[in-house]
Design a protein around this ligand. Structure first.
Ligand code: NDP
Length: 421
């Protein structure tokens, strides 16, 4: 059917690309392009050695911080869709290049700058903190600003098709379409019950993960943001197939888009589970300055502490063989249907070792990479179409939900869920 150009070849991309190769009726051709081309070549060799996919695979080297480099690549590959699975830092350069070439764009995380001390960015950020009332470094304003340009160019940008954001957002559209006349509250619960056996490691890119977790929390209530100190709000929850876990309220990007796209919603919260050892390590690293994102001088050269820390920590892509246990990620909705109050939970349970057996990856990469393939498929097949910039909850959720069942992330609707107080 068509050709996808995937930018990045890290933990998430490796799953998405292998899933595209499984789905060879849709993805005739896959070009894998990243900074370290040897990783792309290794993945191509792995897929080809299995001999199961009819997709033609090519690889390329690209510096995704350079719009010119990206334009040259897109012009030579001529893809139907670009799937951005590099880092959030590259969202805008890749969106610019897609715009210049008239090609659809898909990603899994919203823009944040690499250098949060950059004075030009900081000015806009501080204004936004005051106006909107949350202090996270990432927000949708940068990418939503491309709405008119994408519309005028007649191309589609789909933002945030991972698990959260992504599946959690599609769950919300599905709940609204099939279970509610009005949704009043959404609690998104992200539980990783997996154990990799290391005292400290992150399940996806450490820099992005640690920035997210060490930041202030926030939630949406009655039309505005309420901000909390990091890890200030803690709850216990008994997760199906995982058990009782401590979870903490975080700021998360889909709160911002769901507040805009789910009409009448009164409160949206996001909770993620963390063990005590993870939190103690993180606090200690933060206290000694290892989570700093600005350059510091060390023995005559500049280093960015969090990037140095990343070099010391286990590569998330290497956790696959060691990680046992399950993830349980989903959303609890309350609202009204036919004049009566209702509550449901929609969730998926994913087993780390099953993912490893299938694709050589742990469940965090798997639960992100599968929806990245599905979102791209929605655009490639025209099941989701429209000119402009969209979050996933703005489209018909049904074909995406069906694809989740088919491609490895089956979901459950619980009509009598345990609530979070
Ligand atoms: P990794 O760090 O494992 O992979 C990032 C990849 O991007 C690497 O292959 C890296 O290359 C490449 N890359 C980075 N910078 C550049 C550049 N300037 N030019 C070209 N390539 C570059 O990250 P993950 O796979 O863990 O995460 C990928 C994305 O998925 C991130 O944006 C993350 O935020 C998002 N995510 C979304 C989730 C969701 O549920 N929505 C959950 C988890 C992650 P190299 O190999 O050289 O380092």
């Amino acid at each position: 059917m068509g050709k996808v150009l995937v930018i990045g070849c890290g933990g998430v991309a490796q799953v998405a690309i292998q899933k595209c190769a499984q789905n060879d009726a849709v993805f005739d051709e896959i070009c894998i392009a990243s900074r370290t081309v040897s990783k792309c070549d290794d993945l191509k060799a792995k897929i080809e050695a299995q001999g199961k996919s009819r997709s033609k695979i090519t690889t390329a080297k690209v510096n995704a911080d350079s719009v010119d480099d990206l334009i040259a690549l897109i012009k030579s590959v001529k893809p139907d869709v670009v799937l951005n699975l590099a880092l959030p830092y590259q969202d805008l350069t890749i969106m610019d290049a897609c715009l210049a070439c008239g090609v659809h764009y898909v990603d899994s995380a919203n823009y944040e700058p690499e250098d949060t001390e950059d004075p030009e960015w900081r000015k806009i950020y501080e204004k936004r903190c005051k106006e909107l009332g949350f202090t996270a470094y990432f927000d949708y304003s940068w990418q939503w600003a491309y709405q008119k340009k994408y519309k005028d160019a007649g191309i589609t940008a789909i933002l945030g098709t991972g698990f959260d954001p992504g599946v959690t957002s599609v769950f919300s559209a599905y709940a609204l379409k099939h279970y509610f006349d009005e949704i009043h509250t959404i609690d998104i619960l992200d539980c990783n019950g997996g154990d990799h056996g290391y005292p400290f490691a992150t399940n996806f890119n450490p820099e992005i993960n640690l920035r997210e977790v060490s930041a202030n929390g926030s939630y949406w209530e009655n039309g505005h943001w309420v901000e909390t100190k990091p890890m200030e709000i803690k709850r216990e929850y008994n997760f199906e197939q995982v058990g009782m876990k401590d979870m903490y309220l975080l700021h998360h990007e889909e709160i911002e888009s769901l507040a805009k796209n789910i009409p009448g919603v009164k409160r949206i919260r996001f909770f993620m589970t963390f063990g005590q050892s993870y939190l103690t390590h993180m606090k200690c690293l933060e206290n000694v300055g290892m989570l700093r994102t600005d350059p510091v001088m060390f023995e005559g050269r500049e280093i960015v502490p969090i990037q140095f820390l990343k070099a010391l920590l286990p590569d998330p892509a290497s956790l696959g063989p060691r990680t046992v246990g399950k993830t349980n990620i989903g959303c609890i909705y309350t609202g009204i249907k036919d004049g009566k109050k209702r509550a449901i939970k929609i969730y998926n349970v994913c087993d780390h070792q099953e993912c490893y057996k299938e694709l050589g990856s742990q469940a965090i990469s798997y639960t992100t990479g599968v929806p990245a393939m599905i979102g791209t498929m929605m655009v490639m097949t025209g099941q989701w179409k429209g000119a402009g910039v969209f979050n996933v909850e703005e489209f018909d959720p049904d074909p995406y939900m069906e694809a989740l069942n088919k491609w490895g992330l089956p979901w459950v609707v619980d009509e009598n869920p345990v609530m979070v107080d």
